[in-house]
Write a protein that binds this ligand. Structure first.
Ligand code: NAD
Length: 441
């Protein structure tokens, strides 16, 4: 199959590279000339484990190329995927469909023969019909079908998720489009990964419902963690005891500083707006959004308490600022709430993150970027473990405690424990949903 991938970000690039690895002929398009220039010179503009090797292999095999010229990519394609951003629209919380509709217009003008126009971006119910209408109005003679194919990959594990998905969801209106989509995903179908064929609206809804459900699960355990802190229960034991129940499952039950990232915040907000527009308020999702904001605010209070209520003339070492490990993505990361609050309260902030600096420099002005945890923690008054990168999981806590001005640790991912911190010589330790020691703990 010949595939054009419009939008070469986290989703478009991974999807394009993986489709080419299936054996398809893929051209990835982006309107950002810097991205295309990097890709053409063999460099990957994002951090995603394993992506460079797979990209290099498929470029070398002649199956994968990059261009800024959308018309060139669409010419002769069997399927054109729209994988552009759908951020939150300023002011009202809706998904901003500007990029999707602009892409649909450009595609309409470039179509030369029958193609399936597939929306991979996360879009509100009704958007695929809007794409259909836009193309028909822009190019009344165009021969095409639309399909909805929401993406479920997780950054940091994106290639494995794409190659070994729990399911592929395809919303179609015609047998012809179903055939094309079947041919594209045949390598997965042959390996028994389930493909769910449905209508356009259901496919669009599945994506929002799935993300809102996951955001709810995380927020639920975060709220239980708050109650554990007040009652003396230990959230790690509670999560384990809950997660072993097959009806609940152990995934997404790790308490933390509130969800962030490129999807959950914007998708929960969009679902809430879709509900309001249809006179079916999504009360659970609306509450989840509120509680998540509250959880993030409480993190700042927790750090304040651990620093005896003042950050003036204090140094804080923050370990990890990306929204989760194994990505350089900073969109809606908890660090974007917590770090400015620390700086605003007078702290000097040292940051260590294996991949976060490139994106983070513009987003976290005023911090000092450091290569190494031990240098960042030296003479600091507080260490905050914010993102659980592997390199932060087996730190020499004793060395850190010894080198600090005041040995205090806020472990917002529950990687360590109060006995670990005590043994290492910390004078204060705070975790999420479990007992710490020192000020207010
Ligand atoms: P992104 O911002 O990383 O990438 C979008 C890209 O599209 C950008 O490079 C931009 O320059 C390009 N673009 C925009 N308009 C264009 C046009 N007309 N022609 C060519 N290129 C254009 O976004 P992303 O994280 O890859 O997300 C894309 C979509 O996938 C969103 O709807 C998102 O909700 C969804 N999604 C994302 C993830 C994730 O983990 N990031 C997972 C599942 C679904």
């Amino acid at each position: 199959m010949k595939i054009a991938m419009i939008g070469t970000g986290y989703v478009g690039l991974v999807s394009g590279v993986c489709f080419s690895d299936f054996g398809h002929q893929v051209i990835c398009v982006d309107k950002d000339p810097r991205k295309i220039a990097m890709l053409e010179s063999g460099k990957v503009p994002i951090y995603e484990p394993g992506l460079d090797e797979l990209l290099e292999k498929n470029v070398a095999a002649g199956r994968l190329s990059f261009t800024g010229d959308l018309a060139k990519a669409v010419d002769g394609a069997d399927a054109v995927f729209i994988a552009v951003g759908t951020p939150t629209r300023r002011g009202d919380g809706h998904a901003d469909l500007t990029y999707v509709i602009a892409a649909a217009r450009e595609i309409a003008n470039a179509l030369t023969g029958y193609a399936v126009i597939v929306t991979k971006s996360t879009v509100p119910v009704g958007t695929n019909r809007m794409v259909d209408k836009t193309i028909r109005e822009t190019n009344p003679g165009a021969d095409f079908d639309v399909a909805s194919n929401p993406e479920f990959l997780r950054e940091g594990a994106a290639i494995d998720d794409f190659m070994r998905p729990d399911r592929v969801v395809v919303g179609v209106q015609t047998e012809r489009a179903k055939h094309v989509m079947g041919d594209i995903y045949r390598p997965l179908f042959l390996r028994d990964f389930p493909v769910v064929y449905t209508d356009l609206e259901s496919a669009e809804m599945i994506k929002y419902a799935a993300n809102a459900f996951l955001a709810t699960k995380i927020t639920f355990i975060n709220e239980i963690a708050l109650l554990c802190e007040r009652t003396g229960a230990d959230i790690k034991a509670v999560s384990k005891g809950m997660g072993l129940d097959g009806r609940i499952g152990n995934k997404f039950l790790h308490a933390g500083p509130g969800y962030g990232g490129s999807c959950f915040p914007k998708d929960t907000s969009a679902l809430a707006r879709i509900g309001q527009d249809n006179a079916v308020p999504m009360q659970i999702t609306e509450t989840v959004i509120k509680v998540n904001e509250e959880i993030k605010r409480r993190m700042v209070t927790k750090l304040h308490d651990l620093a005896d209520g003042s950050f003036v003339n204090k140094t804080v070492a923050v370990l990890g600022v990306t929204f989760k490990p194994n990505t350089d993505d900073m969109r809606d990361a908890a660090s974007l709430t917590i770090v400015p609050a620390l700086i605003g309260a007078g702290a000097k902030v040292n940051v260590v993150d294996p991949q976060g600096q490139r994106e983070g420099e513009a987003l976290l002005p005023g911090v000092t970027w450091m290569e190494d945890v031990y240098t960042a923690a030296k003479d600091a008054d507080l260490v905050v473990l914010l993102t659980e990168w592997n390199e932060f999981r087996a730190l020499d806590l004793q060395r850190i405690a010894k080198s600090m001005r005041a040995a205090r640790l806020a472990d917002l991912r529950n990687i360590y424990s109060a006995p670990d911190a005590k043994r290492a010589g910390f004078e204060a330790y705070a975790a999420i949903g479990r007992i710490g020691f020192g000020p207010e703990n």
